[in-house]
Design a protein around this ligand. Structure first.
Ligand SMILES: [Zn+2]
Length: 317
């Protein structure tokens, strides 16, 4: 599919969203279908026999065999929530649609919660997107490049500037050179060891990696990949067709960070933002399914606790 066809795809519009998920009961019905597609199963004893008590978000499933009670959200990304399901669904819809990213402040205004609640919800949805995307490493031909992103003070531009997070971007392409999937990650630094560790998680052994020859990229070899480089010299990498897509992705990413997240601490939560960006990019061929896929991932993802999110941030403090 050409890029313009991707951009003009029909996604889920707002009236359609409210028609499908506008009430608590509609969201509850969708949650049941996503969590137990073959019918309810007790999480403790796997029995299917149950009573339903209450309605909407307060619906409880009580097992007839072991009497264990479970809620619609227990054990999911929305575990222990006090928010209505329709607030979660609306937030997931808004996050799924925001191609250029969404700030927690913008989310707070649209879902009508406190800033702290909106921030946490945004982080949980992004962590789910990042975790889901991390399950599929890249294969085949891969363009790879480095960049520094974020930073709250204007500083030196490019490699070596302060306040910025070193990141790696990789785009797999088909034989005709069209972009397939993207992976982004923050590194502790541009070292061979950091690239090897990143590549072991994000690239399938046997990938054929092209880079501009920055020394650390040879680290992909220890992860079982082939590596070749093109000497960029005085030319900018984006001027070379070999790096066209990885540079397009990095350009979009910078637009997102500078636009939606002007003053936020990118460095602290970089891995979630990068994972969420990659998730959205990698689902771009099917915008119509993006909302339902993300709702499904949220309903079936394990819980992410606030302390886990804050602990992940400490790493990059
Ligand atoms: Zn049971």
């Amino acid at each position: 599919m050409a890029m313009n066809q991707v951009q003009f795809q029909r996604g889920v519009c707002m009236p359609e969203f409210f028609e499908r998920y506008g009430t608590e009961d509609q969201c509850a019905t969708a949650m049941v279908a996503m969590r137990w597609p073959g019918g309810f199963l007790c999480p403790r004893c796997s029995s299917g026999a149950h009573y339903v008590v209450g309605h909407g978000q307060r619906k409880l499933f009580q097992c007839r065999d072991c009497r264990h009670q479970t809620s619609l959200t227990a054990g999911s990304m929305m575990d222990s929530t006090k928010l209505p399901l329709r607030t979660w669904f609306l937030a997931i819809f808004l996050i799924s649609q925001a191609k250029t990213g969404l700030s927690a402040l913008a989310l707070k205004r649209q879902i009508g919660t406190s800033y702290r609640t909106a921030w946490l919800l945004h982080q949980k949805v992004m962590a789910t997107m990042a975790r889901r995307d991390s399950e599929l490493p890249l294969t085949g031909l891969v363009q790879m490049d480095d960049a520094y992103l974020g930073g709250e003070r204007p500083g030196v531009v490019g490699r070596g500037s302060p306040n910025k997070v070193p990141i790696v971007a990789a785009v797999s392409t088909d034989d005709a050179g069209h972009p397939m999937r993207v992976k982004l990650g923050c590194l502790t630094g541009f070292t061979c060891e950091a690239i090897t560790a990143w590549a072991r998680v994000n690239l399938t052994p046997g990938c054929d990696v092209r880079s501009d020859g920055l020394a650390c990229f040879s680290g992909v070899i220890d992860a079982g990949c082939a590596h070749s480089y093109i000497v960029v010299g005085k030319r900018k990498p984006r001027e070379l067709p070999q790096f066209r897509w990885v540079n397009t992705v990095l350009g979009n990413l910078k637009t997102m960070i500078n636009g939606a997240h002007k003053s936020f601490k990118f460095g602290k939560y970089a891995s979630q933002y990068l994972g969420a960006f990659a998730y959205r990019f990698n689902q771009r061929f099917n915008l119509n399914a993006l909302l339902d896929n993300l709702l499904n991932h949220a309903a079936t993802a394990p819980p992410t606790r606030e302390r886990q999110i804050r602990a992940m941030a400490e790493v990059h403090d």
